[in-house]
Write a protein that binds this ligand. Structure first.
Ligand code: APR
Length: 244
């Protein structure tokens, strides 16, 4: 299976990766669903944009606890680095990620479409100014805009928000052109992100899925299912690619 997957990647005209929380689990970031899932501990409702507007401080306290205290210290793992290496060797066109942890960038990937935005930036709800998180002190919540004193929010989409542009358009354009699609660590639970693999499939792409568990995609769109953790599977895949 790994040899066949490697062959597909090497013979592809345009291979694209689509990643979810599972690729960052071995960097120490819990997934949202399943064992140790964040949604087992925190109510997803607190990540709804209406809650953010009506309970800004409480929302920010949870966001800081999960996404800046915990996520803040994490590093890319071998799976992130393998995708960056495939891109550097012109074997991977881009990464479309649902993750907001910036680990693909940190691993050296350059063409990354952040379908749900990024924690590394804050955006002002009033004037839309954007700030790198390194410039903002989260000791005082909610953080305020340096320009207009408006409330700042992480530049990620909350439940109930639209997909950010141009990431959304670029992601669907990539999906239309891909003839090989590497699907890593995602349940397929959340729309519209979960439409991307089926769009790739209907455009004729070969779907290679990496996940230690079956997902909503496994029976419906996956052609080659590598039932394994992302770091182990990507290391084995890179070994097979090196043999070609
Ligand atoms: N390697 C690969 N996959 C893994 C690993 C691992 N080591 N550990 C867990 N997984 C898989 C799980 O089996 C599961 O299929 O990662 C997936 C994680 O699923 P979710 O937590 O649902 O994450 P994701 O699919 O990215 O969620 C989509 O939901 O809450 C929203 O905005 C949030 O972007 C997120 C979206």
């Amino acid at each position: 299976m790994y040899a066949r997957a490697a062959q597909m990647i090497m013979s592809a005209k345009r291979c694209t990766a689509f990643t979810g929380a599972g690729i960052s689990v071995e960097s120490g970031i819990p997934p949202f669903r399943g064992k140790n899932g964040l949604w087992n501990k925190y109510d997803p409702e607190t990540f709804d944009i209406r809650y953010f507007y009506t309970h800004t401080r409480q929302s920010w306290e949870i966001i800081r606890e999960i996404f800046y205290t915990l996520f803040g210290r994490v590093q890319p793992n071998a799976a992130h680095y393998a995708l960056a290496e495939l891109e550097a060797n012109n074997r991977l066109q881009s990464v479309i990620t649902q993750n907001v942890d910036n680990l693909h960038h940190d691993a050296g990937s350059r063409r990354v479409h952040e379908f749900h935005g990024s924690l590394k930036r804050l955006v002002c709800l009033d004037c839309q100014a954007k700030y790198p998180i390194s410039e903002i002190d989260l000791a005082i919540l909610p953080p305020r805009c340096i320009t207009c004193d408006g409330i700042l929010k992480p530049d990620v989409i909350f439940f109930g928000e639209a997909i950010p542009e141009p990431a959304g358009t670029h992601s669907f354009n990539e999906t239309k052109k891909a003839d090989c699609f590497l699907l890593i660590g995602t349940t397929g639970s959340v729309a519209p992100a979960n439409m991307i693999p089926s769009a790739a499939k209907s455009n004729g792409a070969v779907i290679i899925e990496i996940n230690p568990h079956r997902s909503e995609y496994t029976a419906s769109v996956t052609d080659i299912f590598l039932k394994e953790k992302a770091t182990v599977a990507m290391e084995r895949l890179m070994e097979e690619i090196d043999k070609l």
